[in-house]
Ligand binder design. Structure first.
Ligand SMILES: Cc1cc2nc3c(=O)[nH]c(=O)nc-3n(C[C@H](O)[C@H](O)[C@H](O)COP(=O)(O)O)c2cc1C
Length: 196
């Protein structure tokens, strides 16, 4: 059966660097038989978590009280085998809609915050990162990766790794053969790591 990959895309730029890095990555996954679904977060209505904890009442559903596009993302994430978080680095972390999604999911998926501790509805799911940043990745994307690793441990998710592309500035060409090569290699490594 083909693998379902859900790519949450947190860049506001449709023709930006993160989108360019995603192209060879997605193409390789599709060549390997995956079905990739890309969700452009900036196109959606995604509001921040309000910490009302309505989502903790029923352990079988998302249960969020906010009526926006998050319920669809919840369903897509639950249905996929590999979740890819793609984002440019903004102030050493992800962009605002990605942060809103992470907050809504950490509560909606993990029923840890009610009277009694419940399950993580997405336990065991694989997570990978695709990111681009202005600093060299070890100084630009390190905090984002550390945060997501901790998020995954807390949420019982399986962290698979990060593909990071360095943006050398507005006057340089971002995409180059080496980046495309690493993107394809990263896609292959994800498949090997999720082999049944
Ligand atoms: C508001 C803003 C904040 C940024 N903050 C950082 C940062 O903290 N660290 C970094 O390495 N790059 C930072 N950058 C650079 C972007 O991460 C980089 O240019 C990225 O490749 C842009 O991706 P995009 O073309 O998909 O938007 C920032 C860019 C913007 C617009």
């Amino acid at each position: 059966m083909e693998r379902q990959v859900c790519i949450l895309m947190g860049s506001p730029r449709k023709t930006g660097n993160t989108a360019a890095l995603l192209r060879p990555f997605t193409a390789e996954l599709e060549k390997l038989g995956c079905r990739c679904e890309t969700v452009w977060l900036y196109d959606l209505d995604l509001r921040p978590c309000r910490a009302c904890r309505t989502c903790q009442r029923d352990w079988n559903i998302f249960g969020c009280a906010i009526r926006d596009d998050m319920e669809d993302i919840f369903r897509q994430v639950l249905a996929c085998e590999v979740l890819v978080l793609a984002t440019p680095i903004y102030s050493w972390y992800c962009t605002p809609p990605m942060k809103a999604v992470l907050d809504r999911l950490v509560y909606g998926m993990n029923k840890y915050y009610g009277e009694k501790k419940g399950p993580a509805l997405w336990a065991g799911k694989a997570v990978a990162l695709v990111t681009t940043c202005g600093y060299p990745p070890e100084k630009g994307a390190d905090l984002w990766e550390s945060g997501v690793k901790r998020y995954c441990k807390h949420s019982q998710l399986r962290y698979l790794g990060m593909l990071a592309g360095h943006d050398h500035g507005y006057n340089s060409v971002f995409m180059e053969d080496e980046k495309a090569y690493r993107a394809r290699e990263f896609a292959r490594s994800l498949i090997l790591n999720t082999e049944k």
